[in-house]
Structures are given as structure tokens and as C-alpha cells.
Design a protein. Structure first.
Length: 135
């Protein structure tokens, strides 16, 4: 089950990307809170000095503080957005049999796949035995 955006090819399945959505949520709420705080300060400064109250700056301060805390949480979850589990889908190795002349090429390709960690040692040994048997 994938809960975040797919950033890799179809041969890889990523499980456990919930921190991505936490990052989006907390960053969004923090941004809205900071914008509200700034608008409240702007509206407060538009009033004549004699009509200004002390509650608007306090509300603005707490909204801004709340926004920065949520932004920090969003950044924290965004920086810890590593996948918890990566599962490689099994790949089917099909080497076509073309006779003895092609067996050397098939063995070279098989060796390259093994060295690149595309197949396991067990698969390598099984296919190698199969190719040598067909020679």
C-alpha cells in the first residue's frame, strides 16, 4: 500500500510514506496561521491609534507562534520522509536458447546481471547450470 507520491519505477514498491502527508498538513496549517497573524497585525495598524486595543497584538502573537510551531513540525516530517520499506518486485529472467554459439554470450550476460546485483546467487547458479547443460 503506497500512501505518498510514486517517485520510482514500477519495479519498486514503497511502503510507509505517511510522513509526507503529515508534512503537507502541518506546513499548510502553519502557513495559514502565519498569514492570518500578519493580516491581523496589518488590520490592527490600519486603525487610528486611539482605537487600537491590546488584544489584537496578543492574538496575532499567539497565531504566529502557533504557525511557526506547525511549520517546524512540517519541516521535521518533511526531512524525515524516507521510505520505511522498499520491496523489489521479483524479476523473471528469461534467456533464450539459441544453441552452443550463443551460450558464451548468455553466460556473460548472466555474469553481468549477477555482478550488478540484479539476480541472487541461487538464480545465477541455476541459470548457469541450465546454460552449461544445454551446451
Amino acid at each position: 500500500m503506497m500512501t505518498g507520491p510514486r517517485l520510482v519505477g514500477p519495479e519498486v514498491e514503497i511502503i510507509g510514506r505517511r510522513s509526507f502527508w503529515k508534512s503537507v498538513f502541518f506546513t499548510g496549517i502553519g502557513t495559514v496561521s502565519i498569514i492570518f497573524s500578519l493580516l491581523l497585525v496589518w488590520a490592527h495598524l490600519q486603525l487610528p491609534y486611539s482605537e487600537r486595543t491590546t488584544t489584537a497584538p496578543e492574538i496575532s502573537f499567539y497565531c504566529g507562534l502557533f504557525g511557526f510551531i506547525f511549520m517546524a513540525l512540517g519541516l521535521y516530517y518533511g526531512s524525515n520522509n524516507q521510505p520505511q520499506v522498499i520491496q523489489l518486485q521479483p524479476q523473471v529472467i528469461q534467456l533464450k536458447s539459441k544453441g552452443n554459439s550463443d551460450s558464451v554470450e548468455r553466460l556473460k550476460k548472466l555474469s553481468q546481471m549477477f555482478e550488478a546485483d540484479l539476480i541472487t546467487e541461487e538464480d545465477y547458479n541455476n541459470k548457469k547450470a541450465e546454460i552449461l547443460e544445454n551446451m
